[in-house]
Design a protein around this ligand. Structure first.
Ligand code: SF4
Length: 494
């Protein structure tokens, strides 16, 4: 067990892809035998220890290098329950050491050309470049600010290569006119509703199109999930394109789990050219939730914050990750997931703050059944002065059965169904479905009154027919709502 990270699981170090010269191999060996026992170093080739309170994050099975996922808890990692969530430990220690603001720096994905090689050589060359005497003076001075500046002048260029240049700053979008209908409505101050429509499991799109037609008049945009629970379905990209062809506004969800950096950039350009304007960047459910046989659980090329950083720069700076310029950059409204109930509200607030800095313009939250806890999370965001920089849509799912509610409470990472709601569903007996709808309506009623909330994200999970009724009864119809010609108000309310 590494000395400086109690509870951390030992994992083997990476090997370099190619044979390195003898000098570098020797240095690599020394670095490995020193940093291995101390930090559980896996020789990722781009050390982040300075930013993570000296806990190596390379144990995270989702490969996340920018903070906890939506399933983080104090007790365990949801992918591997035999170990603690390493990001929970990093956040916890950072707060105890007063280093939490360091967690805001957007850190780069791995450069696989360097993985398995040493970083001490880079440190040596950087010190040489700055001047050994200057560095020595800067590090022994009594002036704490000068010491920090010197320290940063050595390590920052190493952890932030030219192709990345991540920082802890907010980067407002470099455009003013809304690029999508969803953005236009939010900018106009409309309380919006988005709804999830499940992508089909076959090539037939009849049901998909009929669901799109059903919910379209009642919502500002329709989300298409990207193989939730790591279980393949029709791609979000294809569903979003079909939505555009059928006059609906899609939100295309993209899970980092199934993307490489090349695939991500290629896919968003294609989707954008076909009219998709809203993107939701997610890390994605772990392969742990997938049916057998499971794919790799331990490596993800990019995480959701890195996705936001790459996509924002493609749009606002017209650049690919590798620095090539684009003649016609894409236009999109960037979203991300937020998890009010994962880990601790103050930890999650840093994670959401980082997403906003990286490029998130709107959040769709995980499922909310406890508005008091939601308010605590909102207060944490308010303390970080980020509420005016992002639109927040709160995730609501009507609970159809007690079994579904219990499953969500017990099994779905980052979801908490309070006991009194479970009791209400249990007492409802045959009327459980109606009780679930009433609970959803009560939650929306309360959420509508909260400062900093701009809409509702309805996840009806295969129960799309309920969307018109909930939106109508909750009084959150779109500003320009027109009742579909073939329906009467009575039939909608049935
Ligand atoms: S971040 Fe990379 S180099 Fe640093 S300790 Fe972890 S594996 Fe080693």
């Amino acid at each position: 067990m590494p000395i400086f990270t109690p509870g951390r699981r030992w994992q083997p170090a990476y090997s370099p892809f190619k044979k390195e010269p003898i000098g570098r191999r020797t240095l690599e060996f020394v670095e490995r035998i020193v940093k291995g026992p101390m930090f559980g170093c896996r020789m990722c080739g781009n050390c982040l220890l300075q930013e993570t309170s000296f806990i190596c994050p390379m144990e995270c099975p989702k490969g996340i290098r920018n903070g906890p996922c939506g399933g983080s808890t104090a007790e365990k990692c949801y992918v591997d329950e035999t170990r603690p969530c390493i990001w929970y430990k990093i956040y916890d220690r950072s707060f105890r050491m007063g280093r939490e603001e360091k967690l805001l720096e957007v850190l780069p994905p791995l450069d696989w050309d360097k993985v398995g090689t040493e970083t001490w050589g880079d440190v040596y060359y950087q010190v040489k470049k700055l001047g050994t005497k200057t560095v020595a003076k800067g590090l022994i001075t009594r002036d704490a600010v000068k010491r920090t500046v010197t320290w940063d002048s050595i390590f920052r260029p190493i952890r932030q290569p030219n192709w990345w240049q991540g920082d802890s700053e907010y980067h407002p979008p470099a455009y003013s006119e809304p690029v999508s209908e969803l953005e236009r409505r939010l900018k106009a101050g409309e309380f919006v509703v988005t709804a999830e429509v499940a992508p089909p499991m076959t090539t037939s799109v009849k049901k998909l199109i009929s669901n799109i037609e059903l919910v379209k008049p009642y919502v500002a945009a329709i989300n298409f999930t990207d193989s939730p629970s790591a279980t393949p379905r029709m791609s979000s990209w294809a569903c979003s394109t079909l939505a555009v062809q059928n006059g609906a506004e899609p939100v295309m969800q993209i899970a980092a789990r199934d993307r490489t950096r090349t695939g991500l950039q290629a896919e968003v350009l294609g989707a954008n050219a076909l009219g998709v304007r809203n993107l939701l960047c997610l890390s994605g459910d772990s392969m742990k939730l997938a049916p057998e046989p499971r794919g790799r659980m331990d490596i993800v090329d990019i995480d959701s914050i890195q996705m936001l950083w790459i996509l924002r720069r493609m749009r606002d700076e017209g650049k690919y990750l590798d620095g090539r310029a684009m003649k016609f950059p894409p236009k999109y409204f960037l979203g991300a997931a937020a998890s009010p109930f994962a880990s601790e509200p103050k930890f999650q607030a840093i994670r959401e703050h980082k997403k906003i800095n990286a490029g998130a313009q709107f959040f769709q939250t995980n499922l909310v059944y406890d508005t008091e806890h939601l308010e605590i999370w909102l207060n944490e965001l308010a303390k970080r002065n980020v509420l005016e920089k992002v639109y927040i849509l709160v995730g609501i799912t009507p609970l159809k059965t007690l079994k579904m509610a219990t499953y969500m409470d017990d099994e779905v990472p980052g979801v908490n169904v309070p006991k009194h709601l479970l009791k209400r569903l249990e007492d409802a007996g045959e009327g459980v479905e109606e009780e679930g709808i009433q609970i959803a309506l009560e939650l929306i009623d309360k959420i509508k009154t909260l400062q900093g909330i701009h809409g509702i994200h309805l996840m009806a999970v295969g129960w799309e027919e309920i969307v018109p009724r909930i939106v109508t009864e909750a009084g959150i119809l779109p500003d320009d709502f027109v009742l579909p010609a073939e329906k009467t108000k009575a039939s909608v309310l049935q």
